[in-house]
Write a protein that binds this ligand. Structure first.
Ligand code: GTP
Ligand code: MG
Length: 335
């Protein structure tokens, strides 16, 4: 009888894995989207190059970090020496240049928190935001991309977590919940914490890549092709990892005292970072250290109302993973 029960259990676990793998497969963008994005980038490079031959364009955010959903907009960063030219001036000039080509809805938003030019390309129907000299975002995009190459379970988990967050309305920074960038860091941290670890801490290893950006030194081990078997001693599959991820954020993380830190591969104390009280608008109710801008808490947008919403959502997800007969459906039900 015991043997029978174990088989039943095993097939349940396999069914759970298969159902989450199917969700993951349904969320990955088709290869032709990458081709279209490159196509648009080439058009932009030509236009920009005529005005500023020294300037470079980089993709960043979800279109370049391996965690992008189908049909998402692309984020582009224009990197150039500004000298004493003002950033707004560059953006207005850029908008001018793009307008005179075939691009549509060109708009310079010079007063936004991150000033950008927005546009839509009628040929590929891709929308695009272009910012200027936001090099840290380009570098953290590379870090996320490099982590994604080490173990496929990161990409699986992060797609499922992002899909859950979007379905449940907790991926809205203007409403006090977390950015996609923050969720991916939570996934990396979580996989660094598994025993045996599924991901290493790249910033604690030998330095093979360095970029100094606005006096921040960004250094880590980026030869990730050498780490292909890093997580192989841990046999956990996606179903179990989704369960454990939500269990961790619902019941195990110490919100009052801990900061999650992908940079150190561990947690730090809020006290050590002096993140114990509200300063200005930063409340530090859930603390996620940016891997390079270490004084930057990605949880700073969370307020005393939205922290409750978030934690209740983590608890709901944990309960579903524990008791629901069909978690890969129920988890993503709209709120
Ligand atoms: P989706 O658009 O939701 O699919 O995800 P995304 O990966 O584009 O994430 P998001 O829009 O949250 O962030 C875009 C990029 O901005 C990130 O990949 C980071 O490189 C960069 N970034 C740097 N600091 C921050 C920050 O404080 N908040 C956010 N949201 N992004 C940051
Ligand atoms: Mg984005």
């Amino acid at each position: 009888r015991i043997v029978k029960r174990q088989t039943a259990c095993r097939s349940d676990i396999e069914r759970l894995n298969d159902s989450f793998l199917a969700v993951f497969a349904s969320l990955i963008p088709a290869d032709e989207e990458k081709v279209k994005q490159k196509q648009l980038l080439t058009v932009l490079e030509k236009l920009v190059g005529k005005e500023w031959p020294e300037a470079r364009l980089y993709l960043y955010g979800s279109c370049a970090n391996s965690f992008g959903f189908p049909k998402s907009d692309i984020d582009v960063c224009l990197v150039m020496e500004l000298g004493d030219i003002d950033k707004s001036e560059v953006l207005l000039k850029l908008a001018d240049i793009l307008q005179s080509d075939n691009l549509q809805n060109v708009q310079a938003l010079t007063r936004a928190r991150v000033p950008i030019v927005k546009l839509m390309d009628p040929i590929t129907s891709i929308s695009c935001d272009i910012c200027v000299n936001n090099v840290l975002a380009v570098v953290n995009t590379k870090l996320l991309h490099d982590y994604a190459q080490i173990d496929v379970r990161l990409r699986q988990l992060a797609f499922i977590v992002k899909h859950w967050a979007k379905s449940r309305g907790v991926n809205e920074t203007y409403q006090g919940t977390l950015s996609s960038y923050a969720y991916v860091l939570m996934c990396i941290h979580f996989l660094q914490q598994r025993r045996p670890a599924i991901l290493p801490c790249l910033q604690a290893m030998e330095v093979t890549y360095v970029a100094t950006v606005d006096s921040v030194e960004c250094a880590y081990f980026d030869q990730v092709d050498k780490l292909q078997s890093f997580g192989s001693r841990n046999g956990e599959k996606i179903g179990q990892l989704v369960w454990a991820f939500f269990h961790y954020w619902a019941y195990c993380h110490d919100y009052a005292n801990d900061v999650i830190s992908v940079r150190t591969g561990s947690t730090l104390s809020k006290r050590a970072k002096d993140w114990t009280r509200r300063v200005g608008n930063d409340r530090h109710l859930i603390c996620i250290e940016d891997p390079f801008e270490i004084s930057h808490d990605l949880g700073r947008v969370v307020d005393k109302y939205s922290i409750r919403v978030l934690r209740e959502e983590f608890e709901r997800a944990a309960e579903i993973m524990q008791y629901d007969p069909n978690p890969s459906v129920t988890l993503f039900e709209p709120y």
